[in-house]
Design a protein around this ligand. Structure first.
Ligand code: C2E
Ligand code: MG
Ligand code: MG
Length: 675
């Protein structure tokens, strides 16, 4: 719980049998784990039961969250077998002058070797490589630092067990020793290795290593990624060069074949840009280089702005406008994103309060949260506190979480999402359809809204198939009672299609780009702002949006009549009935065809007065509509048309607008009996 308590335990009982050289390392790791989270992993020596030798223990821990969000720690201990003190053997191979150059004390006290692989520790490796490069450079040569990473080690440990995983790491270490010698190699992290070597013949050696590792007998192996940093001078620290090699290595993160890549000047520029972000995030927040832009989200049922998405913009005094693509991934990776996101949350809350004070309609605003926010702090509590302190209603904040950040640790994220929801926040799934686990996730987590990834719109123009998929997915959301947003709507055609298939909200450049507060205000002034929805009407329009007028006929062209036939539904429409007039709000394509065939009329959203002469539907319809609107009772209509056919239809009141008392009524045509 507290540091003193934890170290007391470690000093006094729990680690009583631990090798004295390892205790401080364990205590540090335990403290880090308790205060910062992440994974707990230490390998250490502990006395065997008879107390006359040591065995190796591999401890791995994780935090789990109970349903009500309480954090528990689990630690697994694996006995890795006897520890063989090999240090002396290694020391004999040490260059004797180098050995003398090193502090005697540090040799005795420091942890020089990784006892899993027998390779030098990181700091010792830096010292050795520093000496090594002097010799190489004096002789006019160049040297290289390799940073290597086994692809998929986490998964390997999970499927084959840690004992097998450790065996794999030892085998790889042995291969490195064979080609580069023990003292030129090091293990940096679980499955990360560094090598110092002269640069001649490097590629051939790497290819040999890749091949030998792949073909190793008696063990299943993994592909290897290697980053290479070549240098001809000693201006930089070895550790910086290791970083560069790692950088090159990490650019291949998504490769699952053995491969190598050189660190380049382009990477250097990118690394520099990355470093700039990390170094300046605090200042960027303090000096308001970071601003919140808002992009309106339009409700399909009324064409008004019903929500706004907050998007971060970094307007740098020297580098100009940075897009989220430039800084979000960097901040995520460096675990600093929570600073930005908490700041954005504060800005949103301030904007909401300002709007409230000015008596404007306040739409809900959505904030994007990253996976790392949940690791860095209790983001649920941090946001709740800020919202409550400001006296802002919790339902004014929508939390957007991407599909991929949920997929990584679904149980944990489910618990966090449910905490948000039980506090009264809406949680939206962002970028749905961009990953692989989409449908499964909907089954496990109840989102309030699903936001379809932009790629659906990018493929929209290319294929009928993507329209069918989108239609089906939206239909599924309607059936589950979940709202939907499609992002990246850029054309009228896309917008019409989405309204047709029942997507409830739309977002994209077709309506508006993300805008600064100043721009939003100036649009207000010159009247070019899209109208904001009155929050009191929110439920009314949400009810209208959730009615399924689903009709796939729109996606099938004439040549595929069978499809059209298969998917066709009843003609259905939603009508808004006022005191003196009514209007069509939404309808499906079958309804449109029906109106054209029966009445030779193309339905529009125009207002129609009840007392107007020659209303396309006759008097039975009008009186049933008014009756249904005022009583809320279902009404059945038998309307006779001019040619003597009878139309059977049904009307049902869906919702009442509390602001203007208009009623939304669903109309379905059940049958037409011809004479
Ligand atoms: P996102 O949450 O999916 O946001 C939608 C992105 O699509 C925004 O890009 C928006 O400007 C862009 N967009 C909107 N309509 C259209 C359109 O019609 N066509 C095209 N081509 N693009 C459109 P942006 O602002 O560059 O943000 C990119 C991503 O960065 C966001 O994707 C979000 O994941 C992340 N992000 C942005 N702000 C924040 C933040 O404050 N915190 C966190 N954690 N992530 C953020
Ligand atoms: Mg988003
Ligand atoms: Mg998105």
């Amino acid at each position: 719980d507290d540091k003193a308590g934890a170290s007391y335990m470690m000093d006094n009982d729990m680690y009583e049998a631990t090798h004295p050289d390892d205790i401080s390392r364990i205590a540090n790791e335990a403290f880090r784990f308790a205060t910062q989270g992440g994974k707990y992993e230490v390998i250490y020596r502990t006395q065997t039961d008879n107390r006359n030798s040591y065995k190796i223990v591999h401890a791995v821990g994780e935090h789990v969250y109970t349903e009500d969000g309480v954090r528990l720690a689990y630690v697994w201990y694996t006995d890795e077998g006897a520890y063989l003190a090999e240090e002396n053997a290694h020391h004999t191979s040490l260059n004797s002058s180098l050995r003398n150059a090193l502090h005697k004390e540090s040799i005795i006290n420091a942890n020089h070797y990784d006892f899993l692989t027998g390779l030098p520790s990181m700091s010792y490796f830096f010292e050795l490589a520093e000496e090594g490069r002097k010799t190489l450079l004096e002789n006019g040569g160049a040297y290289a630092i390799l940073y290597m990473d086994l692809c998929g080690m986490k998964y390997y440990n999970r499927t084959h067990g840690f004992a097998e995983g450790d065996k794999l790491l030892r085998s790889f270490a042995n291969l490195l020793k064979k080609y580069f010698s023990n003292e030129n190699c090091s293990r940096f992290g679980v499955d990360h290795f560094c090598v110092f070597t002269s640069d001649s013949g490097l590629e051939a050696t790497l290819n040999k290593i890749f091949r030998e590792f792949r073909d190793m007998k008696g063990i299943r192996t993994l592909p290897v990624r290697a980053g290479i940093c070549v240098s001809t001078n000693d201006e930089r620290d070895i550790s910086t060069e290791c970083d560069r090699a790692k950088y090159a290595c990490d650019t291949m993160r998504n490769n699952y074949i053995s491969n190598y890549r050189y660190f380049s000047s382009a990477m250097l520029a990118k690394a520099e840009a990355t470093q700039y972000i990390i170094d300046h995030i605090d200042r960027a927040i303090e000096e308001k280089w970071i601003q919140v832009y808002y992009q309106p989200i339009i409700r399909a049922a009324n064409g008004k702005v019903c929500d706004e998405e907050a998007l971060a913009r970094w307007i740098d005094p020297t580098r100009g406008m940075l897009s989220p693509r430039d800084f979000i991934p960097v901040l995520e990776e460096s675990k600093l994103i929570y600073k930005l996101d908490l700041y954005i949350a504060e800005q949103i809350i301030e904007n909401i309060r300002e709007q409230e004070e000015q008596g404007l309609y306040v739409t809900s605003k959505s904030i994007n949260l990253s996976r790392a926010d949940f690791e860095a702090c209790d983001i649920v509590e941090e946001i709740r506190r800020r919202v409550d302190d400001a006296g802002v209603s919790r339902d004014k904040l929508n939390i957007e979480i991407t599909e991929s950040s949920v997929a990584e640790n679904i149980d944990f994220m489910k618990a966090q999402i449910e905490r948000f929801q039980s506090l009264g926040f809406n949680v939206w799934m962002d970028d749905f359809g961009s990953g692989y686990s989409s449908l499964d996730m909907l089954h496990i987590i109840s989102f309030d809204l699903i936001k379809f990834d932009m790629h659906f719109m990018r493929e929209f123009d290319n294929s009928d198939k993507s329209r069918v998929i989108l239609t089906k997915l939206i239909k599924m959301c309607i059936a589950l009672g979940i709202d939907t947003v499609c992002e990246g709507v850029e054309t009228k055609e896309q917008s019409d299609f989405l309204r047709e298939i029942g997507c409830t909200k739309l977002q994209g450049y077709y309506f508006a780009r993300p805008m600064s507060i100043a721009e939003i205000l100036s649009r207000y002034k010159n009247g070019s702002q899209i109208g904001f929805e009155n929050p009191l009407e929110k439920d009314y329009y949400s009810d209208i949006g959730k009615i399924n007028l689903y009709d796939l006929a729109v996606v099938s062209n004439d040549s595929k009549d069978d499809l059209a036939h298969y998917f066709n539904t009843l003609p259905m429409a939603i009508i808004e009935a006022g005191e003196e007039s009514f209007a069509l709000l939404r309808c499906n394509n079958t309804f449109r065809t029906f109106m054209e065939k029966m009445f030779d009329c193309v339905p529009t959203g125009e207002l129609v007065r009840y007392d107007k002469e020659g209303v396309t539907f006759g008097s039975a319809f009008v009186s049933a509509l008014r009756e249904c609107a005022s009583t809320g009772n279902k009404a059945v209509i038998d309307e006779q048309t001019a040619d003597g056919s009878i139309i059977h239809a049904i009307l049902k009141r869906i919702s009442v607008n509390p602001v203007n008392n208009e009623k939304a009524i669903a109309l379905a045509i059940l049958a037409v009996i011809h004479n």
